[in-house]
Design a protein. Structure first.
Length: 554
């Protein structure tokens, strides 16, 4: 793709434009910029500081932006994806590792004041500020980023027909993901008043509609509606042709993928707000057991399963939560090496991987069941101590694990700045933690009861109460709790993620007759002998076939 290997190494896009003008004899302004480096780190840093403060854009950056713009306007998806995933990131590491890219006003003349490209550039610019600039975004930058997203979504949603824009799936997902992240970041920033000046508080007080939850929800629902993605998924799930109901906008890849990713965005947003039923409700037309659009973008797939699993856990559907976490952890285990060259994505996957293993450990303590052996082996190796402490009813360990693994919860309403405390931003988390710990407290004795019941076929209530060091009346209450908590709604094939049937997944069942508990195993042990006999017969058949083949060959 590149003009030569040297340009590939230096990301010198000048090769596309016949010399680029303004560079030295070595092939473009990028080499001029490098030539100013002396090898002395202090002198080089001083030079770069002066270079950036004077807003002189390096020639290699100019050429990259011109080529990036041309690729976007030509709808050359291959080149757009390469610029987005490779060129931009490598130039960032080289020139703007911890500093912002040039502002849009500076690069506007370079790209001929192309309005759409400048919107896309600013999306990348502010995302970089949030992720890499140590001081983080200023209040003004948070506002400007919001206005830029408004401009982008207005351009896409208010057009009479599909807009002439094509972006790679990864970028479309990152737009939705970053949009929600910046809303989340602003909500938490707005709730912390201890380090803010009176002027900043006044600006926040007088601008309650900036990053308002209703505007964020409106964008996501509008993209879902415009793309008609729910109807497409419904037809797809029934084996029909989704294009037959997609409509003018839904047939366009940009709208279809933005609509789909907006569903995942709504899942995430409702989970952050603590509405787990609604979080799963928006995904009712998605069959997680079929290859879907989310599987095209690994970060989207991992985000989907993380929030679905978390919502199931908070709704006390532990069996579905365990299945969800086990499936995605197995996927990460098999594909993680593919992302090692993409540092930011690899770090995100590793972090989510640790969170989901922690939640899986919580769920298995509350609801023991068989999982994939490779996932179980890693869980036993890394999280055995945590599981053991939780099995011993250590509520502090439950709290610590939940605090580490849960998302950063938000309040849906702006704060009252006249009545705020320094811990106001922690209130949504404290509420969800309290709900979770109350649920754990109700069933904290279940593992102990289960361990005793597995030892007997009949057991007097008085004897079990003595073992448990509780009164007989309290034990009867705990036995009823065992019955209730072990019966969960479980997803069944052909239903949405919210539906299912009530099943008891406990390996022991019991009933109380007077003062006696009668116990029976509900799980039939696997007949390993039959399995080995079948394998022996298969092996003997293969051996005979090989012998016959060898004889025929002679």
């Amino acid at each position: 793709m590149w003009a030569n290997a040297e340009m590939d190494a230096d990301y010198d896009y000048v090769g596309y434009y016949g010399g680029g003008g303004g560079g030295g004899s070595g092939g473009g302004g990028g080499h001029d910029y490098d030539g100013s480096h002396t090898g002395d780190p202090r002198q080089d840093m001083e030079y770069e500081r002066q270079f950036q403060s004077s807003y002189i854009v390096p020639e290699v950056i100019k050429n990259f932006l011109v080529f990036f713009q041309k690729s976007v306007n030509d709808q050359n998806l291959f080149e757009v994806q390469n610029c987005y995933e490779n060129g931009f990131n490598k130039l960032t590491d080289r020139f703007f590792k911890n500093t912002p890219w040039p502002e849009a006003d500076v690069i506007a003349p370079i790209v001929g004041n192309d309005g759409i490209f400048l919107i896309l550039y600013k999306e990348l610019y502010y995302r970089h500020v949030y992720a890499r600039v140590q001081s983080g975004p200023s209040l003004e930058q948070r506002f400007e980023s919001y206005y830029n997203y408004c401009n982008l979504f207005n351009y896409i949603l208010n057009a009479d027909g599909p807009v002439p824009l094509e972006l790679p799936n990864q970028w479309l997902w990152d737009i939705i993901d970053e949009f929600i992240y910046q809303f989340q970041s602003f909500s938490q920033y707005r709730s912390k008043v201890s380090k803010k000046s009176e002027d900043e508080i006044e600006v926040l007080r007088t601008n309650p509609k900036i990053w308002n939850v209703h505007s964020v929800l409106n964008v996501l629902h509008s993209l879902v509606e415009k793309s008609n993605i729910n109807r497409q998924l419904e037809i797809y799930a029934s084996g029909g042709d989704p294009d037959s109901v997609s409509g003018e906008f839904g047939q366009n890849s940009l709208y279809k993928m933005l609509g789909y990713f907006s569903l995942i965005g709504l899942l995430r947003l409702h989970s952050l707000l603590g509405d787990y039923y609604q979080a799963l409700k928006v995904l009712e037309n998605i069959d997680f057991h079929k290859k879907n659009l989310y599987s095209r973008v690994p970060s989207c797939q991992i985000t989907t399963f993380y929030y679905v699993g978390f919502a199931y856990m908070m709704m006390r559907r532990y069996q579905d939560a365990i299945r969800t976490f086990a499936n995605i952890l197995l996927y990460i285990q098999r594909t993680k090496q593919m992302f090692q060259n993409r540092a930011q994505l690899y770090d995100q996957i590793t972090k989510n991987n640790d969170k989901m293993y922690t939640m899986l450990a919580i769920c298995l303590v509350l609801h023991p069941m068989r999982i994939d052996e490779s996932v179980h082996s890693h869980l036993r190796e890394k999280y055995a101590d945590k599981q053991l402490r939780m099995q011993k009813c250590d509520m502090a360990e439950f709290e610590q694990c939940f605090s580490f693994a849960c998302p950063k919860f938000l309040s849906p309403v702006p704060p009252n700045f006249d009545m705020m405390t320094d811990t106001f931003h922690k209130e949504p988390f404290k509420l969800q933690l309290r709900v979770f710990l109350e649920e754990v407290a109700q069933q904290i004795q279940i593992p102990t009861i289960r361990s005793y019941l597995k030892l007997y076929t009949t057991l007097p209530i008085a004897k079990l109460a003595a073992f448990m060091e509780v009164t007989e009346e309290a034990l009867r209450t705990q036995l009823m709790c065992f019955k209730h908590k072990m019966k969960n709604l479980v997803w069944t094939k052909g239903t949405s993620c919210l539906e299912g049937e009530f099943q008891s997944a406990s390996e022991v069942d019991f009933y109380v007759d007077g003062n006696m508990i009668h116990i029976a195993d509900t799980k039939v042990a696997r007949r390993y002998g039959d399995f080995f006999i079948r394998q022996i017969h298969k092996f003997e058949e293969i051996t005979r076939n090989l012998q016959q083949t060898a004889v025929a060959a002679k």
